[in-house]
Design a protein. Sequence first.
Length: 314
Amino acid sequence: MQPILAALGVYLVFFISGVVQAAPSPAPAPHKELRIPTPAPNEESRGHEQMPVMHLRAVLAPDMKPLTSGVKWRVFTPPSTTTTPSLIATSDDSEPRFLLKPGPYIIHATFGFASTIKNIELSRSVVESLVIHAGVLRMIGKNMGTEIPESRITFAVYVPYDNNPEGRLLLRGIKPNTVIRLPEGTYHIVSTYGNANSILTADRKIKSDTVTDVTFNHHAATITFKLVRTPGGEAFAETAFSVLTPGGDPISILAPGNKVSKRETTGAFPSLTLAEGRYVVVARHEGQTYTQEFSVKNGINQDVEVLAGESLPH
């Protein structure tokens, strides 16, 4: 078994998702799942009757419960000294049946991001069970005890990688209550509320056949900025705002997909969702710069007006 698996690793890329890609070599057309009609008594039908049936099923560890949905199957012929592995059959059925010639095969099953592989020497009709170790992760975010709408919050999941405390990105842009099937193991999760610095993290261990629910309680509020001549006055358009911590560090503003885009936001009434704390806002308009200190309290959305009085020197 080990030489076959080692050779398979040369030609296939197995990511944690279990996606398998065949090397770009000519391959026979995939077999369809077995559908056994009542054949006419001719030579061709007698040949098919002599071919063994491979009946596959997947079970979930540790209790070996049958998986009745969500499994994707791939059947390969193993590599040799002159050929690469060839994908010859696929199925999304929970218990597919394949009519195959006698010989060696590599069976690969994926269930979400979990996967397993098995070598089978087919000489007669068999029923083969593949064991998958996978659990479910679900996440939500709350603010002031109320669940945050899915349009305002996203999650990212990282897998361990060397000594990196965060690990390698597996998925980003995950919406609340999404069911994610993962292999057993520990994962680093990042929750981002809004478009700025309301970001929480957690590490969770996923166990097979177990649903792990994670709730992030954000302490933040949405702040709308305005540059005005007098309190309550009309806001200046085309004003660039940036927000600093008390130590002078700029707050990064996130673009869609939770990718850092810039450290300024422009407009008459731009809004940022900021974590609880103290800040300084800097407004730039027509070559002039103005500042205003403000505080963010959990769950209290507010307008912050910057007075266009005496500007800061450049």
